[in-house]
Ligand binder design. Structure first.
Ligand SMILES: Cc1cc2nc3c(=O)[nH]c(=O)nc-3n(C[C@H](O)[C@H](O)[C@H](O)COP(=O)(O)OP(=O)(O)OC[C@H]3O[C@@H](n4cnc5c(N)ncnc54)[C@H](O)[C@@H]3O)c2cc1C
Length: 383
C-alpha cells in the first residue's frame, strides 16, 4: 500500500503550507482554550488528514510507513495537539481494524474514520494495568449473542470526542495473561459506556484524555474484532509497534521546529555586544540538538523502509521511539536554555513545547518498556 510520488509530494507541500499558515498561528489559542477550533478540524478533514494510513479502498490516502513518517515530520512542526487529534484515526484508533478486522468491520468503520466523521480511540490502559497491559481486568462475558463488558480504562486519548473505541477486555477469566484478551469495537452511546471528566494534563492542551467506564455494557458479538477471541493483545501490540514509528517521527518534527526557533533566537538575541549564537557554549547546544535530530530522522526512515519491505521491525520501532522521544526532551530542554528567561515565559511558546514533548517518553510504552522490548528481542535473537 503506497501512494505515488507525485501525490505524496503534493500532500507534503500542501501540509507544510497548512501547518505554517493555519496551525502555527493558532497554537496559543488552542493551548489557552484547551480546544481545537472547529473550523481547523473541518480543514484537517478536508485535507484527508484523518485517513492518511487507511487503505484507499476504504476511503483513505493509503500511505505506506515511509510516506506516513514523512507526513509526521511535517505535522510535528506545530503543537502536538493537532497531530493528536488525527493521530488516533490514523494509528491506535483504526489500525486494529486495518490489521485484524473482518471485511464487514472494515467496510463499516474505516471509511468513517478516514473521513474524520468519527474519531477513533484505543482503550488498553487501566488503573492497575499500564506498562503491564496484559494484566488488564476489564471483562467481556458472552451472554447469548452479546458480550457484557465491565471495567475501567484510564487516560484514553480522544475519549471525549470518540465515536468508536477499540477496547481490550478479558474473555477468558481462566487465562490471566495475554491469551485471555480479546478486542472489541464499541460505539459511543452504547448503553453502559460512560466517559469520565477530562484529565487535567501537563501539556498537549487542546487534546483530551479521560477514563472510559463499562458498566454491564452490552456489545453485539459481531463487534469482536476479527471475529476471534484471544487475539486482542496480539492486535494491540501490532498496533503499538506501528504507532511507535509514527510517534518517533513526530518527535523528529518537533525537534526540528525547536532547533529552528533556537537558532533564530540565538542569531537575533544580543548579549555582551554580539549575537549569543557566537558563543561556543550556545553553539554546542545547537550542534548537539541538530546531530541528535538528524540521527533520529535517519533511524525513523530506515525502520519505516524496513517495515515496508516486510521485515519485522519490533526492535527498530522501539529503538526509534526510545531514542527520538528522549532526544526531543533534550532538544526542548536546550531550547529553553538558549531562550534564557524567555524560554520560561508562555508568550514565547518554548515552555509549552517543553511540557508537550514530555508525554512522548510515557505513552505507547514508556522509555523503560522500549528498553525491555529491545533487550528481550536481542536475547531472543541470541538464543
Ligand atoms: C496523555 C496520555 C494519553 C494516553 N493515551 C492512551 C490511550 O489512548 N490508550 C491507552 O490505552 N493508554 C493511553 N495512555 C496510557 C499510557 O500508555 C500509560 O500511561 C503508559 O503505558 C504507562 O503506564 P502507567 O501510566 O500505568 O505507568 P506504570 O506502568 O505504572 O509505570 C510507572 C513507571 O514504572 C516503570 N516501569 C513499569 N514497569 C517496568 C519494568 N518492568 N521495568 C522497568 N520499569 C518499569 C515505567 O517505565 C514508569 O517509569 C495515555 C497516557 C497519557 C498520560
Amino acid at each position: 500500500m503506497a501512494c505515488d510520488d507525485d501525490t505524496l509530494a503534493q500532500l507534503l507541500s500542501t501540509l507544510d503550507r497548512f501547518v505554517k499558515e493555519r496551525l502555527v498561528p493558532n497554537e496559543h489559542r488552542v493551548a489557552d482554550e484547551d480546544a481545537i477550533p472547529p473550523e481547523l478540524v473541518a480543514e484537517m478533514r478536508g485535507l484527508g488528514l484523518f485517513g492518511l494510513s487507511t487503505p484507499v479502498e476504504y476511503g483513505g490516502i493509503g500511505l505506506n510507513m515511509s510516506q506516513e513518517v514523512q507526513v509526521a515530520f511535517v505535522l510535528g512542526q506545530t503543537s502536538p495537539a493537532f497531530r493528536s487529534l488525527i493521530g488516533t484515526n490514523n494509528g491506535i484508533g483504526s489500525q486494529g481494524i486495518v490489521l485484524d478486522g473482518t471485511e464487514e468491520q472494515k467496510k463499516k468503520y474505516l471509511p468513517r474514520l478516514a473521513s474524520g466523521d468519527i474519531v477513533g480511540a484505543f482503550a488498553l490502559t487501566e488503573p492497575n494495568a499500564g506498562s503491564d497491559a496484559s494484566a488488564l481486568s476489564t471483562s467481556a462475558r458472552l451472554d447469548g449473542d452479546v458480550y457484557v463488558l465491565n471495567g475501567t480504562k484510564r487516560f484514553i486519548t480522544n475519549a471525549p470526542e470518540a465515536g468508536l473505541f477499540t477496547v481490550m477486555a478479558r474473555t477468558n477469566s481462566e487465562d490471566k495473561g495475554a491469551g485471555g484478551i480479546s478486542a472489541f469495537l464499541v460505539e459511543a452511546g452504547t448503553p453502559g459506556l460512560h466517559i469520565g471528566p477530562h484529565d487535567r494534563k501537563m501539556g498537549q492542551k487542546g487534546t483530551h484524555t479521560a477514563d472510559v467506564l463499562f458498566e454491564d455494557c452490552r456489545v453485539p458479538a459481531s463487534q469482536l474484532l476479527g471475529g476471534r477471541e484471544g487475539q486482542g493483545f496480539k492486535t494491540a501490540m501490532k498496533v503499538l509497534d506501528r504507532g511507535r514509528l509514527h510517534i518517533a517521527a513526530v518527535c523528529v518534527g518537533v525537534a526540528e521546529r525547536l532547533i529552528r526557533e533556537s537558532l533564530r533566537y540565538a542569531m537575533e538575541r544580543q548579549q555582551f555586544g554580539k549575537p549569543i549564537a557566537e558563543f561556543q557554549l550556545i553553539q554546542a547546544m545547537l550542534a548537539d540538538s541538530r546531530t541528535e535530530a538528524y540521527a533520529a530522522r535517519c533511524m525513523v526512515l530506515d525502520a519505516a523502509r524496513r517495515r515496508d519491505d516486510g521485515q519485522n521491525v519490533s526492535t527498530e520501532a522501539s529503538c526509534c521511539k526510545l531514542f527520538a522521544s528522549e532526544m526531543v526532551g533534550r532538544v526542548a530542554d536546550r531550547a529553553v536554555q538558549i531562550f534564557g528567561g524567555a524560554g520560561y515565559i508562555a508568550d514565547y511558546g518554548i515552555e509549552r513545547f517543553y511540557r508537550d514533548v514530555r508525554l512522548f517518553r510515557l505513552y505507547e510504552g514508556t522509555s523503560q518498556i522500549q528498553q525491555l522490548v529491545i533487550a528481550r528481542n536481542m536475547m531472543r535473537e541470541y538464543a
